[in-house]
Design a protein around this ligand. Sequence first.
Ligand code: WTA
Length: 654
Amino acid sequence: MAVEQRPEIEALLAEERRFPPDPTFAAQANARADLYEEAERDFEGFWARLARERLDWSKPFETTLEWDLPFAKWFVGGQLNVAYNCVDRHVERGLGDKVAYHWIGEPGDTRTLTYADLKREVSKAANALLELGVRTGDRVAIYMPMIPELPIAMLACARLGAPHTVVFGGFSSEALAGRIDDAQAKVLITADGGWRRGKPVNLKGAADVALQSSSSIENVLVVRRVAEAGEPVEMRPGRDVWWHEIVDRQSEECPPVPVDSEHLLYLLYTSGTTAKPKGIVHTSAGYLLGTSYTHWAIFDVKPDDVYWCAADIGWVTGHSYIVYGPLANATTGILYEGAPDTPAWDRWWQIVEDYKVTILYTAPTAIRAFMKQGSDFPARHDLSSIRMLGSVGEPINPEAWLWYHEHIGGGRAPIADTWWQTETGMILITPLPGITTTKPGSATFPFPGVDADVVDGEGRSVPPGGGGYLVLKRPWPAMLRGIYGDPERYRQTYWSRFEGVYFAGDGAKRDQEGYFWLLGRVDDVMNVAGHRISTIEVESALVDHPAVAEAAVVGKNDPVTGQAIFAFVILRTHAEPSDALIRELREHVAKVIGPIARPKYLLLTPDLPKTRSGKIMRRLLRDVAEGRPLGDTTTLADAGVVELIRSSTGREEE
Ligand code: WTA
C-alpha cells in the first residue's frame, strides 16, 4: 500500500489561492467559530447537547456514548422514531404546507410534496408494508429510480423500524440478488422503470431476474412509472403487487414505532478490497443527529432555502443529504429523476432557474463534465439564486473548483468540499461557510468534534507538510456500527491497520497551516465518477466469463471521471481474440455488476507482471495504463512480461 503521487495531485498541492469568508455571509451564518472549541473541550457533551436540542425523543437517553473499541453505541437508553423526526414533527409545528420535495421527472412531469403530503404518503406506504407482513426489524430491499416513492418507501420503513437496503438502480440483477440475500430482505420495493436519457430503464425485469436466485423475498411492491408509455410489465400473481393498488387504499394514520437509538436504520452495500460488497450498518439516533446537524451547519440551511443535492438516493450521499439530514431540518429540496444532458446540457441550470435553487451539492465528476461542455450552458440561465455550493465524492482539482466558483457560484457562493464515506455516514472534513478560509482543492479541516490525523506507515502522526494515511481517532455519532453479519471483517477492515484508530483507506496530506488535502484511495478501490468500485470485484466478474483465464484491473486517470477502469485480460487457450470478444467482455462486467463498472479500456494480454510469490504488480499495470515509464521492476519474476504487454494488440476503448 503506497500513496501514489499523481501529477494532478501535485498541481493540487501547489495551489496557493485562498478565499476568505465574505463578511455579509459570515454575519448570517448558522455555524459559529466557537463550535470548534466547545466540541474540543468535551466532544461527548457537545453531541449530547445537540441530541437534546435537535431531536425529538420518545424516551430520553441516559448515556451519550459507550465506546468498546471498535464498537460504538450513541445515546444509549433513548428511543425515537426517525420518520417522526423527519416528517410528523414539522407538520405538528405548523409546517404542513411547506414543500418537502419539488420533484422533476426527466420527461418534464413534476410533482410537489409538502410535509403534510409526505406524512400522508409515508403513513399509507407503511400501512401497506404492514399488510404485506413487514414488522419492526424485518429488512426491506429497495431498487428504484429517482421518483418520490423512493424517499417515501425509505421513510415508511423507518416509520415501522424495518431497516431498508437501497440498491442503486444502475446495479445489475446479480448485484441486487447478492444484496437481497445478504440482508435476507422480506419485501422488495421497485418500479416498472424510470426515465434515463429519454428511455425507460427496465427495473422490474432486472428485479425478476434477481429474484430467480434469491429466496428471502415474499412480496414485490411495484410503482408504476413507465407503464403508461406502453412498456410491458409482468406481474407474478401472489408475489407482485402494484403500489397504487395496495398503498392508495390504506389509512392515512400509521403510528410511528419508537425504536432504540441503536436500532438498525439501514444497510448500504459498498465496495471494499474483496469481491464481496460490505453491508455497512447505520443505526437510528446518532446517524440522524450527525447527518442533520452537519447539513445545517455546512450548507448554512435556512427555512426559505431551496436545496438541491444532485446525487442519486441509491448512494450514501442521497441517504444522508437528500433524505434523512435535510428532512430532519424541514428543508425544501429538489429531486430530479434524469440525466444532466437530457434534453440538453443546461437541464440542471434550467432547474436552478425555475426553482430558484439556493444551495447545490454535487460531485467533481459532474462539474468536470459541465466544464467540458463549456460555460455557455450555465450562462444562458439566471443562477443568481445560488448562495452556497458543495462538492463530494472525490478530490476536486483546483481548476474544477474555480470553474464551479465562477460559473455556478457567480464568484460569490462559498464552496464546501466535503470529505466523508459510506462508512462515516456524515461529512467529517469540510469548511464551515462564513468561518473557514478555503483553498481550492482542500477539504480544509475536521468538523467540530471530529478528530482526524495523517499518519505514516507505523501509525505515527505526520508533521505539517507531510503526507500519509487518513485516520479518525475518536467515534462520531453517524459512524458505521459494523459490517452486517461480520464483526470480524469490520474490525479487520477498519481498525486493524493502525492500533485503536479508524483507517479510512484514503491518502492525505496536511499543509503548514493544517489544511487537509485528500489524495485518493490507497487500497484496491477505484473511484470512477465518484462511485466506489473494487478492482477485485471487476476482476471476478471478468474471470466469471468462460473465455477468461485471468484478469487484473487498475484505475487509470481520467480527465472527467477522475479514474476510469482499465482491465488486462488473459484469455483461455480455446478463446479467439477479437474485437467482438472484447466488447462482449466489457458488456459482461456491466451485466454482472452494473453499467458503472463497465471497463473503459480492455487489453488482451498474453501475461501479467507478477512477483516471484505470484502477486500481480498493479503498480506496473498502472504505469502501462498511464503510458508512463515503468517504476521499479526488480521484484518482477519475469522482466520481459511488461514489454510483452505494452506491445499487445487487441485493445479497445470507448
Ligand atoms: C472519496 C461518498 C476527496 C474518498 C460520500 C472516500 C473524497 C470515498 C471526497 C468514499 C472529497 C469522498 N475529497 N475524496 N471531498 N469525498 N471522497 O463511500 O476516497 O461512496 O474514501 O462515499 O470517496 O466514497 P463513498
